[in-house]
Design a protein around this ligand. Structure first.
Ligand code: PGA
Length: 251
């Protein structure tokens, strides 16, 4: 059966020192606590090694927020999947809308990044989601389906290792959350798209997270939906209490 997951996406926030402190706070709040989901924190590249040293990997996973589609070599400023893995990380966010929008990441590139991540034993948290215009003009289901289909040259075995995060771009950092019904409709749609390609077993076992202004006050309603298997959390992951509040939404 698929896992429930709450993953934090710190984006470009915190110095290394602040990041260590935040990770340490989350770690101590998780100690001795019963929880009904997996927890992952995805942090800037610069923080991975130091954060890895202060967290208990039995309590939470550690992820990067991106990785290169290339194996290694003359790509100044890039960070490879092998490098991410060597820090102790287990996960990597790929295809976040901010990467697609501000850094021009294409479906083709994202497939290559996903392949690299999988080759190096990282679990990709692969983000999809429509922009406001696509929500309003009714093309959102097709847009999101085509983002998921960008991965459909992967083998069933490879695809089954991926976590999907549905993040409507209009809900990210805006305080405007998708309603639980909007999220459920899209998650069920994504699961159907996966089922049509890879079959029911893989579709049923794929964790599909919701992201976009998820907070303690709305997490419970979102996570109660049958196809919503957790959240990818931006702003609310930067505060240990609110991040814990979201984890506790799975009770
Ligand atoms: P948000 O970001 O929770 O701040 O809306 C979510 C994300 O971008 O992953």
């Amino acid at each position: 059966m698929r896992k429930n997951i709450v993953a934090g996406n710190w984006k470009m926030n915190t110095t290394v020192e602040e990041g260590i402190e935040l990770a340490d706070q989350i770690n101590s709040r998780l100690e001795g606590k019963e929880k009904n989901c997996e927890v992952v924190i995805c942090v800037p590249f610069t923080h991975l090694t130091s954060v890895n040293a202060v967290i208990d990997k039995d309590l939470m996973g550690l992820g990067a927020e991106n990785c290169s589609e290339h194996e290694k070599g003359a790509y100044t400023g890039e960070v490879s999947a092998a490098m991410v893995k060597s820090t102790g990380a287990s996960h990597v966010i790929l295809g976040h809308s901010e990467r697609r929008q501000y850094f021009g990441e294409t479906n083709e590139q994202l497939l290559a990044k996903t392949q690299k991540a999988l080759e190096h034993g990282l679990t990709p948290i692969f983000c999809v989601g429509e922009v406001l215009e696509e929500r309003e003009n009714g093309t959102f289901n097709d847009v999101v389906a085509s983002q998921v289909e960008a991965l459909f040259s992967l083998s069933p075995e490879a695809f089954s290792k991926i976590v999907i995060a549905y993040e409507p771009v209009w809900a990210i950092g805006t305080g405007k959350t998708a309603t639980a019904d909007q999220a459920e409709d899209m998650h069920a749609h994504i699961r159907k798209v996966i089922e049509d390609k890879y079959g029911k077993e893989i579709a049923d076992n794929t964790s599909i997270l919701y992201g976009g202004s998820c907070k303690p006050s709305n997490a419970k309603e979102l996570f109660a939906k049958p196809d919503v298997d957790g959240g990818l959390i931006g702003g609310a992951a930067l505060d240990a209490d609110s991040f814990m509040g979201i984890i506790e939404a799975f009770d």
